[in-house]
Design a protein around this ligand. Structure first.
Ligand SMILES: CC(C)(COP(=O)(O)OP(=O)(O)OC[C@H]1O[C@@H](n2cnc3c(N)ncnc32)[C@H](O)[C@@H]1OP(=O)(O)O)[C@@H](O)C(=O)NCCC(=O)NCCS
Length: 170
């Protein structure tokens, strides 16, 4: 899908260098609250194509990868987690909005009833982005993420319904 000059699409081989750079970036790992165990080339290629995590590349008008969106479901529920990340030099131009729109589209296509997102409470860019796109703040988990320097960080949990709720199934 396209949002203001950016598209979100499935990853291709040509995206590998940018995605690998982002996956290995400790600052981005701390912002997205995920430190991959393995960042060797093979592990990154496996992540790009893994069925359990739906990865979408956010690309600019020249079809260059500048970020990614990721969705993975919570087993035995209709809840999914979303994660978005844009290269630091390409932020503030709408790419994050395109990434979040892709997360919402993918989770909806998967038949999910709600989406979860996690960030540190001081991440005002991510917090604002999610609030403007229908997420509400659920609460803060104390000392829930250990960052790359070994510091335990609080985690803000946000949730967005996808309009597919039925009955009491989670
Ligand atoms: C969050 C992130 C994806 C936003 O990407 P982006 O390309 O800057 O997003 P956009 O350009 O679409 O901007 C989205 C909104 O955030 C606002 N924004 C951008 N940077 C901001 C900042 N530092 N503080 C507050 N708001 C900010 C923009 O003004 C825009 O507002 P609008 O919707 O009213 O126009 C990006 O900052 C990022 O990759 N952060 C690191 C990873 C991360 O934190 N992911 C979220 C947790 S999984």
């Amino acid at each position: 899908m396209a949002v203001s000059g950016f598209i979100a699409r499935r990853p291709v081989d040509a995206d590998f260098a940018v995605l690998a750079q982002m996956r290995r970036d400790s600052r981005l790992q701390n912002e997205t609250l995920y430190v991959p165990e393995d960042t060797a080339d093979a592990a990154i290629r496996a992540w790009m194509t893994a069925a359990e995590s739906c990865v979408r590349v956010v690309a600019d008008a020249e079809d260059q990868a500048i970020g990614f969106a990721e969705v993975w479901s919570v087993p035995d529920t209709r809840k999914a987690h979303g994660r978005v990340a844009i290269l630091s030099g390409r932020r503030g131009q709408g790419a994050g909005t395109a990434a979040l729109a892709a997360v919402i589209d993918v989770a909806t296509e998967l038949g999910m009833a709600s989406l979860l997102a996690e960030m540190t409470p001081d991440n005002s860019a991510a917090r604002g982005l999610h609030l403007r796109h229908g997420f509400r703040e659920v609460g803060v988990l104390d000392c829930h993420f250990r960052d790359t320097s070994g510091l335990w960080r609080d985690v803000l949990v946000m949730q967005r319904p996808l309009g597919l709720s039925s009955g009491r199934r989670p």
